[in-house]
Design a protein around this ligand. Structure first.
Ligand code: PGA
Length: 251
């Protein structure tokens, strides 16, 4: 069901103690003044998940930042979707541009990861987005379309219901350069149109599409005000409880 969502992607930051403290601070700030109409998710590193899940009161969802493309077995260093589920997470970020670009995760691998996530009753937060060169070449719509077609749109309508999509232009991630509200709205409307073409307008209208890329307390409101922007996937600003909760209150 479509709702406003703010998800914090901690990436490879925070020791366990620091992560526990941050999660506790976020929970406290939200409890004192609960957000009216937005869901909150945090995505700490794998090894923090079980501990943090035990501390949170259920109003904050937990996501893993990645998962293995195989169910189990001799895959040294990998973490399966079943393990993530058993540790207390409900979501998995799939296809973040850092996974695509630093770890060579292409659409066929991401498709397998999406399968693993769904098989384990987890909700994928599927990331798509173009690099600057692709935008400059006016290829950004095609790139995003292929990322959705190749790794996500194989799902049945039933499976697709509940999937969260995040549009993250790579040139805006961690750079301090944000997409303008117009650029964000344009791409979000395009993505919703693609979902409508594949699954029909009812499912498209019920899908949450998040924006990611240098979203901060001072620009979140103008981004979230767009009709097709249902919240944000926040990197840097999610590492500070005050900033993160300010973004949650930007709706
Ligand atoms: P950023 O990261 O907010 O630090 O730009 C966004 C993301 O990678 O999800």
């Amino acid at each position: 069901m479509r709702k406003n969502i703010v998800a914090g992607n901690w990436k490879m930051n925070k020791t366990l103690d620091e992560g526990i403290a941050l999660a506790g601070e976020i929970q406290k700030l939200l409890k004192n003044n609960p957000p009216e109409d937005s869901g909150v998710i945090i995505a700490p590193p794998f090894i923090h998940i079980a501990k943090i899940a035990g501390l949170l009161d259920g109003n904050i969802g937990i996501a893993a930042q990645n998962c293995a493309s195989e169910p189990a077995g001799a895959y040294t260093g990998e973490v399966s979707a079943a393990m993530i589920r058993s540790a207390g997470a409900g979501y998995v970020i799939i296809g973040h541009s850092e996974r695509r670009h630093y770890y060579g995760e292409d659409n066929p691998i991401l498709k397998k990861k999406i399968e693993m996530v769904l098989e384990n009753n987890l909700i994928p937060i599927y990331c798509c987005g173009e690099i600057l060169e692709e935008r400059n070449n006016k290829d950004h719509f095609n790139v995003v379309k292929n990322q959705l077609n190749d790794a996500l749109f194989f799902l049945s309508p039933e499976e697709f219901t509940g999937v969260i999509v995040a549009y993250e232009p790579v040139w805006a991630i961690g750079t301090g350069v944000t997409a303008t509200p117009e650029q964000a709205q344009e791409m979000h409307a395009y993505i919703r149109g693609l979902i409508a073409d594949r699954y029909g307008s009812e499912i498209a209208g019920n899908t949450s599409i998040l924006y990611g890329g240098s979203c901060k307390p001072d620009n979140a409101a103008e981004l979230f005000a767009n009709p097709d922007v249902d919240g944000g996937l926040i990197g840097g600003a999610s590492l500070n409880a005050e900033d993160f909760t300010a973004i949650i209150r930007a709706f």
